[in-house]
Design a protein around this ligand. Structure first.
Ligand code: SAH
Length: 248
């Protein structure tokens, strides 16, 4: 086996606002020899990049994976053999629906030194920016994060919608736009109340943020009417009522 010399940093770039990134992430991005970044990484984050770094856009959006995950994993190992500091930059937190876990596994398997730099996930930051605390002493004592990308109607889903519908806490759905209708239907079919408040926060924490508020019975139509698009966070539960009080 070839000797590996570099270190890979799996870095969370935060939810979009360039000020919502960690001090450590900024430091490493400023030192990196090569930076591999995703589409969800906003343009404001580029100001932190080492101007001399080689940049590799491995941009991914919803269903369109420009670089297949296996190739991505391979690329990271390869880059670590060529460079001293490799920055793998992802939107939000690298281990929250970011497939950072798979990349880390591949690095571990290949004896490549790596470190995770957590980021603020859009899963909490987008609701917060819309005036929605994901937990609240009076409204929700738990929060569940799920992917909305699986098809709950085909029995392929690893998600248990019966339990999800029965929970009183907050449900936060990432990648929830394209299958919004299916996910809402699955919750209703499993007994979730039709008047349960729902919020959709598009482009949370950025200047393009837009919030759509409805209920399980109205949200699908509302989202269609308003042309809601990814990236967006869907929040289901009573905490959504706080939007009226806290704004955003
Ligand atoms: N690792 C990321 C999530 C990657 S999955 C994180 O922790 O934030 C991609 C999904 O993240 C999108 O489909 C969307 O649901 C969500 N997302 C990312 N950035 C967002 C933003 N600024 N506003 C709303 N949703 C966002």
């Amino acid at each position: 086996m070839m000797p590996t010399t570099g270190k890979v940093y799996l870095i969370g770039g935060g939810p979009g606002d360039p000020e919502l990134i960690t001090v450590k992430a900024v430091r490493i991005l400023g030192q990196a020899d090569v930076i591999l970044y995703d589409a969800l990484v906003g343009p404001g984050i580029r100001q932190y990049f080492n101007p001399a770094a080689e940049l590799i856009d491995v941009g991914k959006r919803a269903d369109k994976h420009t670089v297949p995950q296996e190739e991505m994993n391979r690329m990271l190992v390869e880059q670590a053999r060529k460079h001293r500091i490799v920055a793998r930059l992802k939107g939000g937190d690298p281990y929250v629906f970011g497939r950072g876990g798979e990349e880390a596994e591949e690095l571990a398997k290949n004896n490549v030194e790596f470190e995770v730099i957590p980021g603020i996930s859009s899963a909490i930051a987008a609701p917060a920016a819309a005036g929605i605390p994901v937990t609240h002493r009076d409204l929700a004592s738990s929060v569940t994060f799920i992917t909305g990308h699986e098809d709950p109607t085909k029995g392929e889903s690893a998600l248990n919608f019966k339990s999800l519908a029965a929970m009183n806490g907050t449900l936060v759905i990432l990648m929830g736009v394209s299958r919004l209708r299916d996910n809402v239907k699955a919750l209703l079919d499993n007994g979730k109340a039709r008047d349960t408040p729902v919020a959709i926060v598009e482009k949370g924490t950025t200047s393009g943020q837009r919030v759509t508020i409805g209920t399980l019975s109205t949200i699908v139509e509302l989202a269609e009417k308003r042309g809601v698009e990814a990236p967006a966070i869907v929040v289901v539960g009573d905490v959504v009522r706080m939007h009226e009080v806290l704004g955003g």
